[in-house]
Ligand binder design. Structure first.
Ligand code: SER
Length: 584
């Protein structure tokens, strides 16, 4: 049996039991910006679980395209997937435990012909919020489940809710015994050793949880979910989903193209390729926020692993074709969107390739440094800088680190990432980065020019001059600084000349990381001390300028061209403003 045959059998079975087959909702939830992707079959059905009437009735079934990214770092092992398909059937205040369990048992044992000895089930053990689910256990016994294949567990295992709030309830989960040796005498479906694999989850959704606790819903619902790739793998007696027809053609192709046989890299490429294609096909596009950023991470990590396998990146187009040809029977939309999928993926790959080499060099430097220090973890600052400057998703940095036996400080990265997002949202990012809205070669030149101007003003005007702000576009720079008088013509000229002299001197621009206190003690200039984290980056230009700064900067002042002050004016009390340009 192939995956698509299991899907068809499932939908037919539930149709024969009075269910209406509804289409999969798109991966990108409609009208719900609160979640990134559809993560479960019940998600698009929440209003109906809460009591709204569904136009198709009270018994529904479907296959649902899902993306879950919590385990994205684990992809490459033998089981984690970011994209998967969930088969489901729902009772919206219609049948409850008895019919649900009977149908599941019949489908597994009669339709899929799984011997009952291979099945085990778990039910809710009960606590202060809801009673022990003897009822489900008794139903299982009545259909023929041996008593010693029925286990009771608490909320951690046998209660289902999406997130912190929403419809929820006790569940009964079905497990497939792979036939592996028990890991201990206490081996059971919840021990996670791999002997028992969860195949289906029936949630008896009759509660609603909010911050005040649990209340009963208007109706008793059933929400079930069966992971298609996993079921397919088990029925075919395969060890991993990559050995089934869903992934085998792409895995084989990757093997013929690769210069080394690194199975986890091939899995990462195959998995991320499929999930990116599905997301793009449903309207997702790469960007730096939310859904778009997840897609960007997937494509960039895939690209990195294609590189690692030493596969020519021009093969990507052919790999996409092969995958679409293989999957289009399951997902006809892939065929319809073939050209868009290719265009989006190839464009994103090209963007990443441009920065990949620089970023890897930067990474090597960071590794050399921590080796020297004898540290075990790459700190979040470095991970963040690779993200911010080179577009490295944390997974890519984490992969690079792991390959050399190091870990990354993900927590610190997440913290910095959140701060960064917050700042962009508040629109204060410009201030933080010295007005650097984009990172084109032009704006980077202007950015370095602000450091030179800052240093020149200190020499020509007064050592008490400090930067108060700046704003940069690709065409010009604006620089605000503390000063109690209008600059004289002579001061302006001298400042301009000094900056141009430094440009001609071809001064190197170097960057290092240090503790904030050390940076300040060394005399580094800094605009908003409280805005900087404990470890800071410091940019040094020759021996004339040293500033705390997020970068990026040119490598050498010779790249700047000719500096010209266009205007000098008042900005606010005690603050003057210079407008200047660089001519090439
Ligand atoms: N909502 C439950 C799950 O995701 C059952 O479908 O496991």
């Amino acid at each position: 049996m192939r995956a698509i045959d299991i899907r068809n059998k499932y939908l037919k079975f539930f149709e024969n039991h009075g269910h209406k087959v509804i289409p999969s909702a798109p991966l990108i939830p409609e009208n719900d910006p609160s979640v990134l992707f559809t993560t479960a079959g019940m998600q698009p059905l929440v209003p109906y679980l809460l009591g709204e009437k569904h136009p198709e009735g009270t018994r529904l079934t479907d296959y649902q395209k899902c993306v879950r990214t919590v385990d994205i770092d684990e992809v490459g092992d033998n089981r984690h997937l970011t994209y998967f398909e969930m088969l489901g059937n729902w009772s919206l205040g219609d049948y409850f435990k008895e019919e649900s369990i009977k149908m599941s048992f019949d489908f597994l044992t009669k339709e899929l012909e799984i011997p009952v000895e291979k099945l085990s089930v778990t039910v809710f053990a009960g606590d202060e919020d809801a009673p022990r689910d003897e009822e489900s256990a008794n139903i299982w016994k009545s259909v023929g489940m041996p008593e010693n294949h029925i286990y009771y567990f608490g909320k951690d295992d046998n209660w289902w809710i999406a997130g912190e709030e929403g419809p929820c309830g006790p569940d009964t989960e079905m497990f497939y015994d792979t036939g592996k040796e028990p890991c201990s005498k206490d081996c059971n479906p919840s021990c996670g050793c791999g002997k028992y694999v969860e195949i289906w989850n029936n949630v008896f959704m009759e509660y609603y949880k909010d911050k005040n606790g649990y209340t009963k819903l208007k109706q008793q619902n059933v929400d079930t979910g069966l992971g298609l790739e996993r079921m397919n793998m088990l029925l075919q007696g395969k060890e991993t989903p990559y050995d089934t027809e869903i992934f085998a053609p792409i895995m084989e192709k990757l093997q013929t193209l690769a210069k080394h046989d690194e199975i986890s890299s091939r899995r990462i490429v195959a998995e991320h390729l499929r999930s990116s294609m599905m997301i793009i096909s449903d309207g997702g596009r790469p960007s730096n926020v939310d859904r778009g950023y997840v897609l960007r991470r997937l494509i960039r990590r895939m690209t990195r692993h294609l590189n690692k396998l030493e596969i020519d990146l021009n093969e990507l187009s052919g790999l996409i074709d092969l995958n679409i040809d293989n999957l289009k029977e399951m997902y006809p939309e892939l065929e319809k969107n073939r050209e868009t999928i290719k265009q989006v993926m190839i464009e994103e790959k090209d963007k990443f390739v441009k920065t990949l080499a620089h970023g890897e060099k930067e990474f090597e430097k960071a590794i050399a440094k921590i080796k020297q220090e004898g540290a075990k973890k790459i700190d979040g600052q470095v991970v963040f800088r690779l993200y911010d400057t080179y577009g490295f998703p944390p997974e890519v940095t984490s992969d690079l680190a792991r390959e050399q036996g190091y870990e990354i400080d993900m927590e610190e990265f997440q913290k910095l990432f959140k701060e960064h997002q917050e700042k962009s949202r508040m629109g204060s990012e410009q201030k933080f980065k010295g007005g650097l809205a984009d990172q084109s070669p032009e704006t980077i030149c202007y950015h370095t020019a602000t450091h030179l101007l800052n240093a020149a003003l200190k020499i020509v005007v007064s050592k008490d001059v400090h930067q108060k702000g700046s704003n940069i576009t690709a065409e010009r720079m604006r620089f605000d600084f503390s000063c109690d008088h209008k600059l004289t013509e002579e001061e302006k000229q001298k400042t301009e000349d000094l900056v141009n002299q430094w440009i001609k001197e071809e001064l190197p621009v170097t960057v290092e990381e240090m503790k904030k206190e050390d940076a300040i003690a060394s005399g580094a200039e800094c605009m908003f001390i409280e805005k900087y984290p404990d470890i800071v980056t410091v940019y040094t230009i020759g021996n004339i300028s040293k500033e705390l700064c997020g970068g990026p900067h040119v490598k050498n002042t010779k790249e700047l061209g000719t500096f010209k002050i266009k205007k000098e004016e008042a900005s606010s009390a005690g603050v003057r403003r210079i407008k200047a340009i660089l001519e090439k």
